[in-house]
Ligand binder design. Sequence first.
Ligand SMILES: [Ca+2]
Ligand SMILES: [Ca+2]
Ligand SMILES: [Ca+2]
Ligand SMILES: [Ca+2]
Length: 164
Amino acid sequence: MTLLSTTRRATAVIASLGAAALLTLSTQSVTHAAGARDSDRDGMPNTWEIRHHLDPHRANASGDPDHDGLRNLGEFRHGTRPHDSDTDGDGEDDGDEVHDGCASTDPTDSDTDDDGVEDGQEDADGDGIDNADDGDDDNCQGDESGDDSGSGSGDGFTVTYVLR
Ligand SMILES: [Ca+2]
Ligand SMILES: [Ca+2]
Ligand SMILES: [Ca+2]
Ligand SMILES: [Ca+2]
């Protein structure tokens, strides 16, 4: 009798331990699922969207509210802020840091190469114009004209004028 009841008690203890373990497991998986939930299936988790004041129920992966050339999904993937055009404050927009051809820098590190010069002050293509002021498309290719205003006109004239 005593042995039987002890066995039963042990079984009950093991069973409750198992239940507790299962409960812990399911709680964790629920928590994990909630953290990764993406109601609008736009690739950006609800938690991230809410934290960054985006609508988690509207697919807005291609939005660019801070006009930095980096879409919301890209901001999520690069760990940048979708409402801050220059997340690391180095003078170069997030989009420029990510897209600048061979000169891509870390949009969350103000001095990617740790040389004491902020990314925006670097001159990746050696054209005399720092990354922050260089054109979005032509950084890393060099600006012969030295004009990155994007006007497209008068570049040659400007250089000629300066030289004379
Ligand atoms: Ca989402
Ligand atoms: Ca953006
Ligand atoms: Ca930056
Ligand atoms: Ca940077």
